[in-house]
Design a protein around this ligand. Structure first.
Ligand SMILES: Nc1ncnc2c1ncn2[C@@H]1O[C@H](COP(=O)(O)OP(=O)(O)OP(=O)(O)O)[C@@H](O)[C@H]1O
Ligand SMILES: [Mg+2]
Length: 334
């Protein structure tokens, strides 16, 4: 197990500054999730932590010791990428044992024991004698994770490991990763994802990155309930938070009023009226999009399968205790 501390970490590629001074502490045993728009530097930051990429300036500490000059293998890290490459001519067992055999420090029995333990954890024991091409995408992804586990890392880095999987497999593998974290006591994990559900469900804390800097770090519920900026408010949560401006915001004494779709109540005496322009029925809930003279349609999230024909009018009110008021600079008014 290891704590990781980033002190004013910067990274440039030539003249391009990609990471612009990141300070961050990841606690021992913590599950930290990185989110942020495409190109904001999530993968680069992960590669800097792993040692695959050199730091331009700043200090990286593991358990309080500077590791800037240490190679990836010396840092005790295992990394799982979005596009994982298994060796096609090796069986699942050989793929999982490969890194351990390279280390030359383990007996044949010890290697077998570790591979089998990881295979059990990931429920791929019955596939150990197969070749990668004889597995489904999700099974292969689990082998890639298994290969990382066998090396008994102190730190696990995941870069969008589930993005190649279909919806059902994503959910199943997400649950396996959560169980893995529970089962591997005190292993520190950093996980990059675009998926809101993965971020909210897996993270002890989420780090929102924006243009090479940390925008906010907090527990999923802190970010959801108390975003420090319009940017975080709009980034965390699905469907995206509604932002209302003009008179509607001014009535609440702010420049921008943020209301999540689930915090809009449809009622006959609602304070705002909108015209239904589109309805998305997701089964368990329904998203109704309303034209309300705002920059974007306002989404209202209703429980159950609701029918609201396009063109019809709907009156809504925001839940008063769930409002997010922002000033001109996009900062919250509390
Ligand atoms: N080796 C490199 N040389 C030059 N620029 C690079 C290099 N690697 C990354 N970049 C640039 O750094 C920025 C951050 O890239 P990075 O891959 O870290 O983004 P990301 O947040 O992981 O994005 P995504 O969500 O799309 O994966 C991008 O603008 C990218 O073009
Ligand atoms: Mg990336």
């Amino acid at each position: 197990m290891a704590s990781i501390e980033l002190r004013n970490i910067r990274k440039s590629f030539g003249a391009v500054n990609v990471i612009k001074g990141v300070d961050l502490e990841v606690r021992k045993g913590e599950f930290m999730v990185f989110v942020g728009p495409s190109g904001c530097g999530k993968s680069t930051l992960l590669r800097l932590i792993s040692g695959l990429e050199d730091i331009t300036s700043g200090e990286m500490l593991f358990d309080g010791k500077v590791v800037n000059a240490l190679t990836p293998s010396k840092r005790g890290i295992a990394m799982v990428f979005q596009s994982y490459a298994l060796y096609p001519h090796m069986t699942v067992y050989e793929n999982m044992a490969f890194g351990l055999k390279l280390e030359k420090a383990h007996s044949k029995e010890a290697v077998r024991e570790r591979v089998e333990k990881a295979a059990d954890m990931l429920q791929i024991r019955q596939y150990l004698d197969r070749l990668p091409k004889q597995l489904s995408g999700g099974q292969r992804q689990r082998v890639a994770i298994g290969r990382a586990i066998t090396r008994d890392p102190k730190v696990f880095l995941f870069d969008e490991p589930l993005s190649n999987l279909d919806a059902a497999l994503r959910v199943a593998t997400r649950i396996e990763i959560a169980k893995l974290h529970e089962g591997m006591h005190d292993v520190t994990m950093i996980y990059v994802t675009h998926d809101q559900v993965e971020a909210m469900t897996l993270a002890d804390r989420i780090c929102v990155l924006r243009d090479g800097l940390v925008e906010q770090v907090g527990t999923p519920m802190e970010l959801y309930e108390k975003p420090d900026s319009i940017f975080v408010a709009g980034f965390i949560g699905s469907p995206k938070m509604n932002f209302l401006t003009g008179e509607k915001a001014a009535a609440f004494k702010c420049t921008t009023l943020g209301v999540r779709g689930e915090h809009m109540l449809v009622k006959p005496d609602g304070i705002w009226e909108g015209e239904v322009i589109h309805t998305e029925n997701l089964g368990a809930d329904t998203y109704v999009y309303l034209e309300m003279g705002q920059e974007e349609p306002i989404v209202v999230r209703l429980e159950g399968a609701m029918q609201h024909p396009s063109g019809s009018k709907l009156r809504v009110s925001p839940m008063e205790d769930r409002l997010h008021r922002f000033d001109e600079a996009g900062k919250p008014i509390r």
